[in-house]
Design a protein around this ligand. Structure first.
Ligand code: B3K
Ligand code: ZN
Length: 885
């Protein structure tokens, strides 16, 4: 907890460390009511900072200092200074050894940062600044050291003792205890340290590196989960092979371990050789995990594994550079998932997510550049901007350089910086040097916040057969009030003729056409491109594959969008045309609702979707994506003033119309796919994900018809399917239906069957929390009393409170402010328990400027109440104060 005004930390103040640590030797003695940590640090003055010997300031929080010794000299109270955040010493030589012993309390650590207990096991989470809750240290990423770690604990309760690197010894100790020692030869910052002690079982495998050596692979879980590790293991081996093939990167240690824990603040953590995962990102089998969960496990396993090169071997100089490792690694895991599954579908999902959530963040009070200039609490900066927009920025580099140029750049980056802590500039420099290009202007993507807008207009001269496109870019103001200069925006595009074929593209000044889909690089605030030899006015397909994270507008009419939906050679843009058509139609309905008029759906949307449903040649996953209307959160994001009720009413009306008018087509596709599901055992692979996604979206539409045969089919799917994907969809469909008796029945049956599986119970909570039927808040409050719920487990908080405030928009934004009050009460309670989780749950309240004045006032009042509620963690303080500023 904060004791004084929290300080703002600025990138411009960065200085290299005064001292370095070459070797770190740790011994942990774990006891039930406390733990002791002995640290021996081999240190020296940083030659880059000169010769004198300034005070040595070590980070440390919530530590009880037991002893401290510099070389052979035991220090007493007068020899050092101690405060809430640091221990200051006065070294006498350029090189010295520091020994400390501290006492800590992992058993009562509810913040889940540092060393803590999850159930009966010990585990750690150190990124970003959790290591300072374990021992006094230079807890910053540019201090890199080798680590040797010995763990001593009771043999019976904690038979498995793990840390980073390779195991080098183990044996019995006194009083029924035992020890194990691990050695990590690769220098790393403290945020990559990990320790695990528990009664765990493991699944083992081996991976043979391209160069021939074997790596031992182990996934450790609590015994009851040993049957849910295969999918993660397969994903790990695929990731290891992919990184060798696509980036030329091999694994380096002899062993790679993953440990699943139930209590974890985020998805997973890439600690060197010992990844620690939220169990939700490891455990998966047909009966208990959905297709989405299987894909998430594959993606997160890959992400953490890929960090071994992008994050661990080459790490960040300081936390302002966080996107150096996160943006690049998200880009890498997205490419991996695209290669393993459907590339277009993966891109659609990522873009929908980015546009809904990152664009909202970029337009809100927490907006920051991909490389922020300042922060109060770094934990608040593990954001969609750092991760998702950061990945888009890396993707644009690849689009501009081409796949081969990008690989040359990444090779140079790995070769040049292995073993170093570097900056985003170093990454770009490697790309520039390997390709002989200048990316100076491109780097504005790292320094300027906000989502650029790109307005496009056209002009056609039939006599000269010239078609021109004019692009005007601008970027809205963000809280930093800094001037926005033009970005480099790669725009992939094509021009369609009247038959829907791509035309050859010859730009003014070129001797001949160069392909039919190409990338224009915009650099000016306004720029015109002229295409020659265009015999008739074409239809442009712009920003193919979403080649830049911008808000593009072009005055398409609905008939043109329908044409693009059918003919665009770019799969992403076919989907995008459908989304734009839906947005136009939904916005029209929103207007009708607001004007008190009867709602009337443009029949062209039905015609367009009928064509999609009837297209057997199209990937069923694409059909499912194209049938999904833009979500309420996205419709909120693109509104000037979001009218929650009108958005909900319009979207539900459109869904119901689709269900009724396309009933027969949906029903036949549902039945055909359900029939395949019935006779095919569950397989976690792209074509099966695709089939089930179409089956399930069809079912959720069909139920809106209220027809008895749909209810019967849903109940059959609920009871008889062999997998969680079908069962959970059936559950959600009934929960959102008007069939009250059946609703109660399936909820009870589900809970009874899965009561011992916390991850499945999370789904059960979420489905109910997200249901837009009236009375949402009361339902959520009642569920908080359920024995499976606890505020101490982040997954539970996300499943119930997160789903309510983030997905159940009509209930959360109830006009009486009850949803806001409820969330504020929870944030205040969580602030004391787990500041990181408290601060995350605040996000919906930070968006108050989006709503009508009555709701704005209610939301602001709750933020003010949180601010006045007592001592706030720096996490909550930063988000609340910036939201109110
Ligand atoms: N690097 C971690 C995130 C740590 C968050 C700390 N508050 C997970 C990841 O991005 O792989
Ligand atoms: Zn990451």
């Amino acid at each position: 907890m904060r004791t004084e005004q929290p300080q703002v930390i600025y990138l411009k103040d960065y200085q290299a460390p005064e001292y370095l640590i070459d070797e770190t030797h740790l011994t942990f003695e774990l006891f039930e009511d406390h733990s002791l940590v002995h640290a021996q640090l081999l240190m020296r003055r940083n030659p880059a900072r000169g010769e004198g010997l300034p005070p040595l300031v070590l980070n440390g929080q919530q530590l009880q200092l037991v002893s401290v010794q510099l070389d052979d000299q035991a220090l007493s109270a007068g020899d050092y200074q101690l405060d809430d955040d640091s221990l200051t010493l006065h070294p006498k030589a350029q090189t010295f050894t520091l020994d400390t012993t501290v006492k800590i309390h992992p058993e009562s650590n509810t913040a889940l940062e540092g060393l803590y207990k999850s159930g009966s096991m010990y585990c750690t989470q150190c990124e970003a600044e959790g290591f300072r809750k374990i021992t006094y240290y230079l807890d910053r990423p540019d201090v890199m050291s080798t680590f040797t770690t010995t763990v001593i604990a009771e043999q019976h309760r904690y038979p498995i003792l793990l840390s980073n690197g390779n195991p080098i010894g183990s044996g019995p100790a006194d009083d029924g205890r035992h020890w194990a020692t691990w050695e990590d030869p690769f220098k790393k910052p403290a945020y990559l340290f990990a320790l695990v002690a528990g009664d765990l079982w493991c699944v083992e495998d081996t991976f043979t590196r391209q160069s021939g050596r074997d790596v031992a692979l182990r996934i450790y879980v609590e015994p009851e989960n040993i049957d849910k590790c295969q999918h993660a293991m397969v994903s790990l081996k695929k990731s290891m092979r992919w990184d060798e093939e696509v980036y030329g990167r091999e694994y380096d240690l002899d062993i790679f371990m993953i440990v699943a824990v139930n209590d974890f603040n985020m998805g997973a953590m890439e600690n060197k050789g010992l990844n620690i995962f939220n169990s939700s990102c490891v455990l998966a089998r047909a009966e208990t995990a959905t297709d989405a969960a299987h894909q998430r496990v594959e993606g997160v396993v890959a992400h953490e594994y890929f960090h071994n090169w992008t994050g661990n071997r080459i790490t960040c100089r300081d936390w302002f550079q966080l996107s150096l490792k996160e943006g690049f690694t998200v880009f890498r895991d997205a490419e991996f998932s695209a290669d393993m599954n459907s590339r277009t579908v993966k891109r659609i999902e990522d873009v929908a997510y980015l546009r809904t959530h990152q664009f909202a963040e970029d337009a809100g009070p927490m907006a920051h550049p991909v490389r922020p200039d300042s922060f109060i609490e770094i934990s608040n900066f593990y954001t969609l901007t750092i991760y998702e927009k950061g990945a888009e920025v890396v993707g644009m580099v690849r689009t501009l350089l081409g796949a081969e140029g990008f690989r040359k750049g990444s090779d140079l980056y790995f070769e040049r910086h292995d073993g170093q802590a570097v900056t985003c500039d170093d990454f770009i420099k490697a790309m520039e040097d390997a390709n002989g290009v200048d990316l100076t202007q491109f780097k504005r993507w790292y320094s300027q916040a906000g989502t650029p807008r790109l307005e496009v207009s056209e002009d056609y001269d039939s006599t000269a057969q010239r078609y021109s496109l004019t692009f005007r870019q601008s970027c809205p103001q963000t809280p930093d009030k800094r001037e926005k200069l033009p970005f480099v925006i790669p725009v992939a595009l094509g021009l369609l003729d009247a038959e829907g074929n791509d035309l050859p593209l010859r730009l003014d000044g070129e001797a001949s056409a160069q392909g039919s889909s190409r990338v224009l690089s915009l650099t000016e605030a306004e720029q015109t491109f002229i295409f020659l030899d265009i015999a008739a006015k074409p239809l442009p397909s712009l920003l193919r594959g979403f080649s830049a994270p911008v808000k593009l507008s072009f005055p398409y009419n609905r008939d043109q969008l329908m044409f693009l939906m059918q003919h665009d050679s770019d799969g992403f843009n076919r989907w995008e045309a459908g989304q734009q058509l839906s947005v136009q139609v939904l916005q029209e309905l929103i207007g009708q609702h607001q004007a008190g008029q009867p709602l009337s759906l443009d029949p062209r949307l039905i015609t367009a979707l009928a064509t999609v449903i009837g297209n057997d040649a199209l990937d069923p996953a694409m059909v499912a994506e194209m049938l999904s209307l833009p979500g309420e959160a996205y419709l909120t994001e693109i509104s000037q003033v979001a009218d929650v009720d009108a958005i909900h009413a319009a979207r539900e009306f459109a869904r119901k119309q689709i269900a009724e008018q396309l009933f027969d087509a949906l029903w036949s596709r549902y039945q055909a796919n359900r029939e395949v599901s019935r006779r095919t055992p569950y397989v976690a692979a792209a074509e099966h994900f695709a089939r089930r996604s179409l089956q399930n979206i069809a079912l959720s539409y069909l139920m809106l018809s209220g027809k008895p045969q749909v209810l019967a089919a849903t109940l059959e799917q609920f009871k008889d399917s062999d997998n969680m994907t079908e069962r959970l969809t059936a559950l959600a469909v009934v929960v959102n239906s008007p069939f009250e008796a059946e609703r109660a029945e399936v909820l009870q049956a589900f809970a009874e069957h899965f009561k011992d599986n916390p991850l499945v119970m999370d789904q059960w909570f979420s489905v109910q929390a997200a249901s837009s039927l009236p009375g949402g808040l009361a339902r959520v409050k009642a569920l908080m009393q359920h024995p499976a719920f606890t505020l101490k487990n982040p997954n539970k908080v996300r499943a119930l409170i997160g789903a309510f405030a983030g997905q159940n928009l009509v209930n959360f934004h109830a006009a009486d402010g009850s949803g806001y009050r409820f969330l504020a009460d929870l944030v205040i309670e969580l602030n004391a328990l787990n500041p990181q989780i408290a601060s995350r749950q605040l996000a919906p309240l930070t968006r108050w400027r989006k709503y009508d004045s009555a709701r704005q006032a209610l939301m602001k009042a709750e933020l003010e109440r949180i601010l006045a509620s007592g001592t706030l963690s720096s996490d909550v303080y930063e988000v609340v104060s910036k939201s109110l500023a």
